[in-house]
Design a protein around this ligand. Structure first.
Ligand SMILES: [Zn+2]
Length: 335
């Protein structure tokens, strides 16, 4: 099957980790006229391969990228750049996520950072027709004050644009249950949200996330083989955002053979397939499907179901959702 040709959608894509080498090079040259690293050298700085030894090495790859995403202009161009990558492999819908607090080293405010990415998403829609929704991340290691500021900015900007939220970062050191206040606030403000949980071997974070009202879970791997948690997820119509290559590279799983995609589907849990970080993981959504296909032999009906489930769980408005579902229905009829 030609996964690049098939219409797809993605919900779990970090903006910073997905900026293309081309744009990074452009931004680096604007910052320093003497900048002369080749594409291959930049790639070594910002990407891992399957030999990535651990999560620490993976996270270090963000240093160079974040150094070059410290202005509204850079963030806006990053959003266009990543959405264009989606267009190039036939994605009809993408959710981009980022932590605005990571982009203030040169004085950019949280609100301005969010506005810049929103502008890029608007520009990409105009240029390429791709629908997208922004997810703003709270980082687990940050203070409650920063979290309040981020939530406040989202609350204000949501009056005009659809924005969702997420909780990301080190879930071992900062378990989900410690963020009940923030999650309740999102709930009360009717801000849709997803939570990173169970990326590492911490199944309690998955249970707590669902109990706290999350109907989407980033990764969720840790609930594999815990049938009771899986049934809880299924009973609450939870959708799991799975990121195979990233999970291999950070050693969340040892091999794709043990990836619980079939197990989750058998327990009637909806799943989506995602890149997590296109550049850091050196992947595309088509590659993710290809890798899964090599181990699990996906058929077309399965890819269609995953794409439809992905859109059903999306944070876009209902009208956009209905028209995208219709578009996918048609695209798969023609195949
Ligand atoms: Zn993630």
């Amino acid at each position: 099957m030609d996964f690049k040709e098939m219409m797809k959608a993605e919900l779990h894509c970090h903006l910073d980790g997905s900026v293309s080498i081309d744009l990074l090079k452009e931004l680096a040259k604007e910052k320093d006229a003497e900048f002369a690293l080749s594409d291959q050298e930049i790639k070594q700085l910002v990407s891992v391969d399957d030999q990535c030894p651990d999560l620490k090495t993976y996270l270090e790859k963000f240093d160079f990228i974040l150094d070059h995403l410290q202005s509204g202009d850079a963030l806006k161009r990053a959003a266009v750049d990543v959405l264009k990558q989606g267009v190039d492999e036939n994605l009809c819908y993408m959710e981009l996520r980022f932590a605005p607090s990571f982009h203030g080293r040169e004085g950019l405010s949280i609100k301005k950072a969010i506005q810049a990415v929103l502008q890029g998403m608007k520009d990409a829609k105009k240029a390429y027709g791709i629908e997208s929704t922004l997810i703003v991340c709270l980082m687990r290691h940050e203070s409650k004050e920063i979290h309040q500021e981020v939530i406040q900015a989202v609350k204000e900007l949501r009056r005009r644009t659809n924005i969702a939220m997420d909780l990301a970062g080190d879930e071992q050191a900062y378990p989900t249950v410690g963020f009940a206040d923030q999650i309740h606030t999102m709930y009360r403000l009717k801000i849709p949200f997803t939570l990173h949980a169970g990326e590492t071997g911490n199944e309690q974070n998955v249970t707590d996330s669902i109990a706290l009202g999350s109907r989407r879970i980033g990764h969720g791997l840790a609930m594999a083989s815990f049938t009771e948690i899986e049934r809880f997820a299924s009973s609450q119509a939870v959708m799991v955002e799975m990121c195979p290559t990233s999970n291999l590279q950070t050693k969340a799983i040892a091999s794709l053979k043990e990836y619980p995609i079939q197990e989750f589907m058998d327990e009637d849990i909806a799943i989506s397939i995602n890149t997590d970080n296109r550049t850091v993981s050196d992947t595309t959504l088509s590659k993710e499907f290809e890798k899964l296909d090599a181990v699990f032999s996906l058929d077309q009906a399965m890819v269609k179901k995953i794409t439809m489930d992905t859109l059903r769980a999306g944070f876009m408005d209902e009208e956009t959702k209905a028209s995208l579902l219709e578009k996918v229905e048609q695209a798969y009829q023609e195949v």
